[in-house]
Design a protein around this ligand. Structure first.
Ligand code: HDE
Length: 711
């Protein structure tokens, strides 16, 4: 950016909001800093032998054949041949970051877990976000549930909260998980589609398995196309247990809610982004953390006393159900912040191994049959993914507290165990390591003594049999525009299903049982008759739950919202200075986008450096667009890229600021003015309005009009 624009602590818009990233030299320095951990070290083989020539293999004469003797070549190629490990069978596509968790006061009323009861401790955490269906290289913005897994490295051992951004799951019993995953994955004969549920096998399965109805509804809602990973909620899904210092247990459901609020893409954007920037979410998270815009979530719990277990019209052990917040409010118990990017994606994000069975004293499981199967699956899968039973010794998986036991040897053993007794009891090593009873301070883990009495039986509990009333509750709780998106999503997905009987079954037997209007709208779009089944409906105990709508989570500020400022030659540089200063104040991100990457000239011949080309940084990656003032309307009107930029931003319901004579563009582009089209000479007069629009993210009132704009 040119020097004129850099005063008043202004910084390069491209580099984000920290003043120390104010020019390209600084950016290059930072990029280089992350380059290597081996500065000033000689290149060696893995055996430590210094290498004199890394450019040529050893040959018999300069044109001769390569010699088998070349141990340097062989070692390098052998290692390279084995660089890949199996990707996760589900949740393969992910991104992670480090941070910390800090508890609030007063949690000892529920649990004795040290990291939850001592507010002075900052517990290190690692979070991995993921999509479920696609492979490692698939696009970030596909319609899918997002995984949201947190590893807490507590002083009492690792606790993994392996959640999703939807509070319910597709099946009730772990024995159905492989079927569900086989149905959702690309179809086996031609491995299509990647990263999508819009295909026959998925809809075949879910239309035959009505317990999936509620989770499918979440997957068809805006929750499944998040704007970024900083603005998604997380849920533990299952009911867990808290155990307090008196060994009293309570049921608990975990929720975590972003301070950044919730926001979603629109479907057209999500699809375009999958092509234009398949790394959209991963890039956003990395850049936000690099720029010091640390995302933050509040962890909360719904607590149910043991004696209230049976007081709901659903079963607490059924993972296809939520407890509406109107019935049991959420108690905040702490917050967590992501403040450090990984140094190495493979070593950290790829090798991290989560398991719902990793718990610490103060927590325990319930008999949720989905959870019970997960307790087995996660460790088992690491054996093939990470190669053996010692994956807990990989740096990213290692507890921060000491760990000792008599488990020995195995592939990739990193510890050199000392002593002769690797069994217990022993008298040779004084019986160490010894058991610590739960009653002692920092005591050992003891399972909660739940009374179990029953027949050995393969049967689903009758209390798990209502599959539709909470799906209906979800739909009824959404805002009108969110409901419309659900209709659009079912329509889109089912239109991709080749077999008419599958489409019909989903509409007539699933949707018609959820909500007649929803079913009728989708049915009409697909040409399917819909029976009115209202009379069969079992109503949930409440009709609406406010917090199910994303509209209930509008953020306080606009930290991290991204604004494109479109500029051409003769732009008013003073305006740009004003916008950049405002963005610093608001912690928003502003990029000055030019027709080409070459600098443009301001109205007083100032040289204004570009933060990116309009063609390469399309409107779909921004939350709002400003078209700057300057005596250059003719140039703008001749620029198809800029005009498309504005049309697309309008179509995607973004606030657009037209400064100076650029108001004329509204007419020229045939756009209907509305509360999201701000026309002004002076940016300062629209700054506050723009902020409010950005908080609410999109101009939903424009949606009907925007449908007429070509995509
Ligand atoms: Fe998972 N799941 N899952 N899952 N899951 C895996 O574990 C599994 C379920 C979730 O970022 C795998 O290490 C079974 C519910 C997340 O590394 C695997 C069942 C929820 C992640 C596995 C479930 C999840 C996984 C694949 C039904 C939300 C990514 C690789 C009984 C509460 C973790 C791995 C990461 C990953 C099995 C159901 C969330 C195969 C058998 C419900 C966020 O072990």
């Amino acid at each position: 950016m040119n020097d004129d624009l850099k005063d008043n602590n202004t910084k390069s818009a491209l580099a984000g909001n920290t003043p120390d990233k104010s020019n390209q030299t600084e950016k290059t320095r930072q990029l280089d800093q992350a380059r290597s951990d081996a500065t000033d070290e000689a290149l060696t083989t893995n055996q430590g032998v210094k290498i004199a020539d890394n450019q040529n293999s050893l040959k018999a004469g300069v044109r001769g054949s390569t010699l088998l003797e070349d141990f340097i070549l062989r070692e390098k190629i052998t290692h390279f041949d084995h660089e890949r490990i199996p990707e996760r069978i589900v949740h393969a596509r992910g991104v992670g970051a480090h941070g910390y968790f800090q508890a609030y006061e007063g949690n000892e009323r529920f649990t004795k877990a040290g990291f939850l009861t001592d507010p002075s401790i900052q517990t290190p955490i690692f979070v991995r976000f993921s999509t479920v269906q696609g492979p490692r290289g698939s696009a970030d913005t596909v319609r899918d549930i997002r995984g949201f897994a947190i590893k807490f490295y507590t002083q009492e051992g690792n606790f993994d909260l392996v959640g999703n951004n939807a509070p319910v799951f597709f099946v009730q019993d772990g024995i159905k998980f492989p079927d569900f995953v086989h149905a959702v994955k690309p179809e086996p004969h031609r491995e299509i589609p990647t990263g999508a549920t819009a295909h026959d096998t998925f809809w075949d399965f879910v239309s035959l398995v009505p317990e999936s109805a509620h989770a499918v509804m979440w997957a068809m809602s805006d929750r499944a196309i998040p704007r970024n990973l900083r603005s998604i909620q997380g849920f533990g899904v299952h009911t867990f247990r808290f155990v307090d210092a008196h060994e009293k247990a309570r049921f608990v459901k975990f929720h975590w809610t972003p301070k950044q609020g919730l926001s979603a893409l629109v479907w057209d954007e999500a699809q375009k982004l999958a092509g234009k920037d398949p790394d959209f979410h991963r890039r956003d998270l990395y850049e936000a953390i690099e720029q010091g815009l640390y995302p933050e979530w509040e962890l909360g719990v719904q607590i149910v006393e043991e004696e209230d277990e049976m007081s709901f019209d659903f079963d607490l052990l059924d993972p296809t159900k939520i407890i509406p917040e109107e019935l049991v409010p959420i108690t905040p118990i702490g917050k967590f912040v992501l403040n450090r990017n990984v140094d190495n994606f493979f070593a950290e994000t790829e090798q991290i191994a989560f398991c719902p069975g990793h718990i610490v004293p103060g927590l325990d499981f319930t008999n949720d049959p989905l959870l019970q199967a997960r307790l087995f699956s996660y460790t088992d899968t690491q054996l093939s993914r990470l190669g053996g039973p010692n994956f807990h010794q990989i740096p990213i998986n290692k507890p921060v507290c000491p760990f000792h036991n008599n488990q020995r040897d195995g592939i990739h053993q990193h510890q050199i165990h000392k002593g002769q007794a690797s069994y217990q009891p022993n008298s040779i090593d004084n019986n160490w390591p010894i058991e610590i009873p739960a009653a002692a301070q920092n005591g050992g883990f003891e399972s909660y003594q739940e009374r179990i009495d029953g027949h050995k039986i393969r049967q689903r509990s009758e209390s798990f049999s209502d599959h539709f009333s909470q799906a209906r509750l979800y739909y009824q709780s959404l805002a009108a525009h969110e409901q419309k998106h659900v209709v659009d999503a079912y329509t889109f997905e089912l239109s991709k299903v080749q077999r008419p009987h599958i489409r019909e079954r989903e509409v007539q037997e699933v949707l018609a049982n959820i909500d007649t209007d929803l079913a009728k709208q989708v049915g009409q779009n697909l040409g399917i008759e819909v029976p009115d089944l209202k009379e069969n409906f079992k109503q949930a105990s409440i009709e609406k739950s406010e917090k199910l709508s994303m509209q209930a989570f509008i953020p306080e500020d606009i930290q991290g919202r991204k604004i494109a400022v479109l500029i051409h030659d003769k732009v008013n540089a003073e305006t740009l200075r004003t916008i950049i200063n405002w963005s610093i104040q608001e912690n928003a991100i502003v990029h000055l986008l030019t027709p080409m990457l070459a600098p443009v000239k301001g109205s007083r011949d100032e040289v204004i450096t570009s933060d990116g080309m309009q063609k390469a940084e399309p409107s779909i990656i921004y939350d709002a667009v400003v078209i700057a003032d300057g005596d250059n309307l003719d140039a703008v009107l001749a620029d198809g890229v800029t005009k498309h930029y504005l049309l697309e931003a309008y179509k995607h319901l973004k606030p657009i600021v037209f400064l100076g004579n650029k108001a004329e563009l509204l007419d020229q582009l045939d756009l209907v003015p509305d509360e999201g089209t701000l026309l002004q000479d002076d940016f300062r007069h629209v700054a506050e309005k723009l902020k409010q629009l950005l908080r609410h993210h999109r101009v939903w009132a424009r949606e009907a009009v925007a449908e007429a704009i070509p995509a």
